[in-house]
Each structure stands twice: as C-alpha cells, then as structure tokens.
Write a protein that binds this ligand. Structure first.
Ligand SMILES: NC(=O)c1ccc[n+]([C@@H]2O[C@H](COP(=O)([O-])OP(=O)(O)OC[C@H]3O[C@@H](n4cnc5c(N)ncnc54)[C@H](OP(=O)(O)O)[C@@H]3O)[C@@H](O)[C@H]2O)c1
Length: 241
C-alpha cells in the first residue's frame, strides 16, 4: 500500500540555486513535507522568499553557495559537518539566450567557458564535496537537473553550443560518478524537468514548476539503486542519450 505524503519518512535535502525557479520549487515542496531543508544560493542577502522561509520554518536554513567557488563550498562543508543529506539536488545552472544565437564565427568562448564551469564542474564539485554527507544518510541520492538539450540524439538544429555541450558533458560525468559511488549505496539520477515556466524557460513554457516538481518528486520517492545512472524526463519516461 502506498504511503500518504504526510506518513512518508522525512529526510534532509540540499538544493543548489534555490532562490528562484525550479530550485525554489524543490525547497518549498520539501519544506511543506517537514523535511530538513538546506537551501543554498549565490546571494542569500537578496533571496527574500528563502529568507522568510528560513525565519518562519525551523526545518529550513539558508546557506551561501556559488557552485563555481571552491572556497564557498569548503565553508558549506564546515557548516554541514556530520549533517546527513538524504537527497542532494544539483539544480543551479545557466543558459543565456544570446549564447544560443551565436553562429560559428561569433561564438563567445568566454561565455561558453563560464557555462561549463557552472553547469558541469559546479555539480561535480558539489557532489564530490558533499558525498560524505549523502553517504551518511538513509536515502543516499544525488539528483542532477540536466536537460533534453544534453541529449546528443536530440540535436537536430544548429547552435546552442555552450548549453548543449555543458549538459551532455554533465550527463557523462554523472554516469561515471554513479558507477563510482554505487558501492557506497549512493544513487545518481539525471532528470530533465521538462520545458518549465521559469526565468530560464520563459513565459511561453508549457509546464509549471509545480507540475514538474510533482513528477520529479515521485521519481525521488520511488528511486532504487538499480536505476542509478538513468536519464529520465520528469514524468519518468527514458531520455535518449
Ligand atoms: N526551465 C526549463 O525549461 C529547464 C529545462 C531544462 C533544464 N533546466 C535546468 O533546470 C535547472 C533550473 O533552471 P530554472 O529553469 O529554474 O532556471 P532559473 O530560474 O534561471 O534559475 C537558475 C538558478 O541557478 C542559479 N545559479 C546560476 N549560476 C549559479 C552558480 N554559479 N552558483 C549557484 N547558483 C547559480 C541562479 O541563481 P541567481 O539567481 O544567483 O542567478 C538561479 O537560482 C537548471 O540546471 C536548468 O539548466 C531548466
């Protein structure tokens, strides 16, 4: 018999880039369920919604983390010493429309470099640093928010070199990580959230944060280690590589 939401065991979750969009959706959903939520973002001072949540809810705390910063990650490690993290959500990511428009001849390689540092090295840096916290938890799951644009099989149009290559590289790195951490009982799941109405997804995106989150939370709830390394849409269907 399936457990109702309120009777499911509560754990702890850490979310990167959680001040808006999907990241904020993860924080709000798990805070409501009574989980211990470590909400991280680049600029806590301007994260009004997170600040209010952290002030009013005992189970939510706010932490500074730019995923490209080794120094901030070391500080976070100190703040979270001996704190288990059941579910680590690598959510932070960048995509700038302009970069998508750059044809060969005018590619902004510095912007591409920043995309790779944020979208690929960032989640790997965070996963490596917080692996002991995840391994010490009950659920032991690393979820990485990738994109259908990281699917090489899906590339049927030009451009978007930076974002596409970043998510494809992220997928490759995370599958490798899944093999490395499986002996510790830690799982890795790659999720495409759908085309979602956020600042990144834009106003014409057909899917709400709530709908995407409902789907992804079901995948987190029902995850078992045999699924580790899979690349799934928010509705659970398999993504082509
Ligand atoms: N929306 C979609 O349709 C869609 C589709 C496929 C995949 N995704 C993926 O879903 C994830 C969330 O996207 P979203 O739609 O919620 O986008 P969003 O509204 O633009 O939010 C992106 C978040 O990432 C944070 N961020 C960017 N660089 C960071 C860094 N160096 N360190 C820490 N945080 C950083 C941003 O923080 P600041 O506020 O400080 O900039 C913001 O909180 C991303 O990985 C994205 O690639 C989204």
């Amino acid at each position: 018999m399936a457990l109702s939401e309120s009777s499911r065991p509560r754990g702890s979750i850490l979310v990167t880039g959680s001040n808006r969009g999907l990241g904020l959706g993860w924080v709000e959903a798990y805070a409501r369920l009574g989980w211990r939520v470590f909400a991280t973002c680049r600029d806590p001072d301007s994260a009004d919604v997170l600040q209010q949540l952290a002030e009013t809810e005992d189970n939510v705390s706010l932490h500074r983390l730019d995923v490209t910063s080794g120094a901030q990650l070391r500080q976070l490690q100190r703040e979270l010493t001996d704190r288990p993290i059941d579910v680590l959500i690598n959510n932070a990511g960048v995509y700038f429309e302009r970069w998508g428009q750059d044809p060969v001849g005018s590619i902004d390689f510095e912007a591409w470099d920043e995309t790779l540092r944020t979208n690929v090295l960032g989640p790997m840096r965070v996963s490596e640093a917080l692996l002991p916290n995840v391994a010490a938890s009950t659920q032991r799951l690393i979820v990485t928010i990738t994109s259908h644009m990281g699917s090489i099989a899906d590339i049927t149009s030009p451009r978007d070199y930076a974002y596409r290559s970043s998510k494809a590289a992220l997928n490759a790195a995370m599958v490798g990580l899944s093999h490395e951490v499986k002996p510790q009982g830690v799982g890795v799941l790659l999720l495409h959230p759908g085309w979602v109405r956020t600042r990144m997804g834009g106003d014409s995106a057909p899917i709400t944060v709530e709908k995407s989150l409902t789907g992804m939370r079901t995948l987190v709830d029902t995850f078992n280690l045999e699924q580790s390394g899979q690349f799934l849409r928010f509705d659970g269907s398999a993504m082509p590589w």
